[in-house]
Design a protein around this ligand. Structure first.
Ligand code: FIX
Ligand code: ZN
Length: 434
């Protein structure tokens, strides 16, 4: 299939976009609106050029994405230890051979690499890797980045920024970043979930905190967040939490969340993003690819939304079994915004199920997807897939509405897609509207 990029809409004059669509016109109209609407990618692991080598791009990074590494060990006899001993190029070669030459790349993540190559008009066959490497080797990051975001139809990229990561910290302490399409997020895993291992880093930086987060600690941790808010201007604060997450309980996580992070979010008018359900390192031999999923207790989300009604929560849950509950809670609490089909859920069959369920329960009051891209060019395939999966789902919803007697117009479809692709997020974070 030919590569898509965000195309110019089949421009309609005001009156023709207000024209009532016939049933058979709905799907093509939805496809056209989706293809010509830019999205805010509200959670990625990408970095703006100011971060230099921290920002991953190019074919060897695409091939060694941890989603592909997990699949590699199912189709190769190499042990993880042998694999980690290889150079990045050798690892990419091994993955290419096992997943693209000796097998058909029909999984979601392998298919994604093919879609990226074809978006650039590059060969996708077994012998093409050399040419592909030459192409990426000849790119320089700024024009390449512009081109990638244009092809992907992404207007804004939201990063994940860890203030305790030494490499990132160095950039923020120097000049920070000012790329207009990239936006920061204050990611707090090491503080909210790794306090015993990380409190000393705050202490070294001059904040009066202690191991048990007692006394002045919570106020001092708030001072730390205020300093980083000033430095990063984040759109929201975020944490990823295990399936065992409970709130409230006696843990440091609960204490720091209620006494430090949520008050700080209120002070700065920021939403808090909770990504719940990861089971970190069930197989440490696979490193980043070694995480799994578990069903979470969604009463923690209920308790947070009810107790902190002045806070806004962006919530994504990793387990398929938790999706319906999340949508139901969003009906109970309008300070809860479900977002994305995260990680192991980002496959067409599951995205379809979750998105239909959300539309049926929430209309357009949710954020359907984020890319979670770690390697720049992944936004091309991830957003291509999202548009492709969303088109029939949205069209079906309008077909039902049409059959029930409503007037469907391009204007209305465009309004709804704008809300799903950017409006809900912009309103919650003040991006552009703030
Ligand atoms: O915690 C997260 O933000 C996760 O998305 C990642 O850590 C995870 O490794 C990932 O890349 C999932 O897509
Ligand atoms: Zn992520």
């Amino acid at each position: 299939m030919a590569a898509i990029s965000v195309k110019s809409p089949n421009r309609k004059t005001g009156s023709s976009s207000a024209r009532r669509l016939k049933a058979e016109q709905i799907l093509p109209e939805v496809q056209d609106v989706l293809a010509s609407s830019e999205v805010v990618d509200m959670h990625t692991h990408l970095f703006s050029p100011a971060f230099g080598k921290i920002g991953l791009w190019g074919i060897d990074e695409l091939l060694t994405y941890h989603y592909l590494e997990a699949e590699f060990f199912r189709s190769s006899d190499m042990t993880p230890e042998e694999y980690w001993n290889l150079s990045k190029t050798q690892r990419a070669d091994a993955i290419w051979k096992a997943l693209f030459v000796e097998n058909s790349p029909i999984s979601e993540s392998t298919r994604g690499v093919i879609a990226v190559l074809s978006a650039f008009g590059l060969p996708t066959d077994a012998s093409g890797l050399k040419e592909v490497r030459r192409f990426f080797g000849a790119q320089s990051i700024r024009p390449h980045l512009r081109r990638v975001l244009q092809i992907a139809g992404v207007s804004d990229v939201v990063m994940t920024n860890d203030p305790l990561d030494p490499d990132e910290r160095a950039v923020w302490m120097r000049e920070g970043q000012d790329h207009s399409q990239f936006h920061a997020v204050l990611r707090l895993d090491r503080i909210l979930f790794g306090w015993p291992q990380h409190w000393q880093q705050l202490a070294t930086e001059g904040y009066s905190v202690n191991e048990s987060a007692s006394g002045k600690s919570t106020a001092e941790a708030r001072r730390f967040l205020a300093d980083w808010h000033k430095r990063m201007r984040p759109l929201y604060m975020a944490v990823s939490l295990p399936d065992s997450f409970q709130f409230p309980d006696e843990s440091l996580t609960s204490k720091l969340l209620s006494e430090t992070v949520l008050p700080s979010c209120r002070e700065f008018g920021l939403p808090m993003s909770l990504m719940i359900g990861v089971r970190r390192q069930v197989n440490p031999r696979l490193r980043l690819a070694g995480d799994a999923v578990g069903k979470a207790d969604m009463r923690a989300v209920e308790n947070l939304c009810r107790t902190f009604s002045d806070n806004r929560f962006l919530v994504s849950v990793l387990s398929r079994e938790n999706q319906h509950e999340l949508a139901v809670y969003a009906r109970k609490f309008n300070n809860l915004m479900p977002f994305g089909c995260w990680w192991f859920l980002n496959n067409p069959s599951i995205v379809q199920e979750i998105t239909r369920e959300r539309i049926e329960l929430l209309g357009t009051s949710f954020i359907p997807q984020h890319s979670d891209a770690r390697v720049l060019e992944q936004v091309i395939y991830k957003w291509q897939n999202t548009r492709r999966t969303l088109a029939p789902i949205l069209a079906d919803a309008y077909q039902l509405l049409h059959a029930d007697g409503a007037e469907i117009t391009r204007q209305k479809i465009q309004r709804d897609v704008n809300r799903l692709f950017r409006g809900n997020f912009e309103k919650w974070t003040g991006l552009r509207t703030g």
